[in-house]
Design a protein around this ligand. Structure first.
Ligand SMILES: NC(=O)c1ccc[n+]([C@@H]2O[C@H](COP(=O)([O-])OP(=O)(O)OC[C@H]3O[C@@H](n4cnc5c(N)ncnc54)[C@H](OP(=O)(O)O)[C@@H]3O)[C@@H](O)[C@H]2O)c1
Length: 303
């Protein structure tokens, strides 16, 4: 059945793919964006663009809330931290206020979060393993995710189901973190970061979008880890990416160099989480790309 869908972050690396797929299924889509002209150009008028909440007059069946300034785009100065928070937490609060005042009754709301929720983990595989039952961390990124999830709870009275997606590193062609890694690895300049033993919970964008459709069509609610069932260490990730390109992965980035280059943001590279998608697996979701090597091979053919 055709749904009326509102998506924030619909112009992003993940959101564009979701919009393309919904269009194929004849859904009605509104993209909330600061760049409505870009939206009109990208989808040739087949989606509605809105850049203020006041423009959202209709009833929507589904709300997908993915808007947020790029977490790894700039060093985390105090001003940048504020921007990262405002674009997620303040924005989600505004969205909840709008949903209340316009008396929305969504069937399902999916709101963003990330595996950073679980905090900076290190040590053995067991010490880094987390599921949706695990405790939240205390560092900056962990608090950002918790506060983002908390802000989304204000949408609960306006929806039959509220889901938060604790997302790992999303891999796909020409975008996301992989785009930054592609050239250095292609030039043979890639390698492990820090100890290389920190886990990188990843997910192919193809499976991410399939999981979103799966969750929308299910009875699910609450938090879900959107990560592949076979997370790898940073060392294995580097080796697999370089191996796919038939390049060596021998140039490591030592911890002090990462700290110097990225400041506090180096947390994202030097620590990890072996996040498992326990709830997706319990719901019998089948990943098309559970293992990293075939995922990267697939992405390479589409680059
Ligand atoms: N990609 C990943 O590996 C990954 C991993 C974990 C979590 N996530 C989260 O998932 C979400 C989507 O990721 P993505 O990779 O698709 O992101 P992206 O490509 O960087 O796109 C970000 C989106 O957020 C919107 N946005 C940015 N700043 C905004 C602001 N100040 N106010 C309102 N909207 C703003 C942008 O819309 P306009 O420019 O059109 O306004 C854009 O559509 C993000 O929130 C991200 O934190 C992503």
């Amino acid at each position: 059945m055709s749904k009326n869908i509102l998506i924030t972050g619909g112009t992003g690396f993940i959101g564009q793919q979701l919009v393309d797929q919904w269009l194929q299924n004849d859904h009605q889509i509104t993209v909330f964006s600061r760049r409505p002209e870009w939206v009109a150009q990208r989808w040739g008028g087949r989606v509605t663009a809105a850049n203020t909440l006041a423009q959202l007059g209709e009833r929507y069946h589904w709300l997908i809330n993915l808007a947020g300034e790029g977490i790894a785009d700039q060093r985390w100065s105090e001003a940048r931290k504020q921007v990262l928070r405002a674009s997620r937490i303040d924005f989600t609060r505004d969205l909840a206020d709008w949903a209340a005042s316009s008396e929305q009754q969504f069937e399902c709301v999916i709101s963003g979060s990330a595996v950073g929720y679980y905090g900076r983990l290190s040590g053995s595989a067991e010490q880094q393993t987390v599921t949706e039952q695990s405790h939240a961390g205390q560092d900056y990124a962990a608090r950002l995710c918790q506060d983002w999830e908390h802000a989304a709870k204000a949408l609960a009275p306006r929806t039959q189901r509220l889901i938060t997606v604790r997302t790992g590193l999303v891999l796909g062609p020409r975008g996301g973190m992989l785009q930054r890694m592609w050239l250095p690895f292609y030039l043979g300049l890639g390698g492990p970061i820090g100890s290389g033993g920190q886990y990188m919970p990843w997910i192919h964008r193809h499976d991410y979008c399939r999981a979103i459709h799966w969750l929308l069509d299910s009875e699910a609610q609450g938090a879900f880890n959107l990560t592949a069932p076979e997370p790898v260490t940073n060392r294995e990730f580097s080796r697999t990416l370089a191996g796919t390109m038939k390049r060596p992965a021998i140039l490591p980035m030592p911890t002090p160099m990462a700290k110097l280059a990225f400041g506090e943001m180096s947390d994202l590279l030097l620590f990890g989480q072996r996040a498992l998608p326990e709830r997706l697996l319990e719901s019998n979701f089948a990943f098309d790309f559970p293992s990293l090597a075939p995922a990267i091979q697939d992405i390479r053919t589409r680059w």
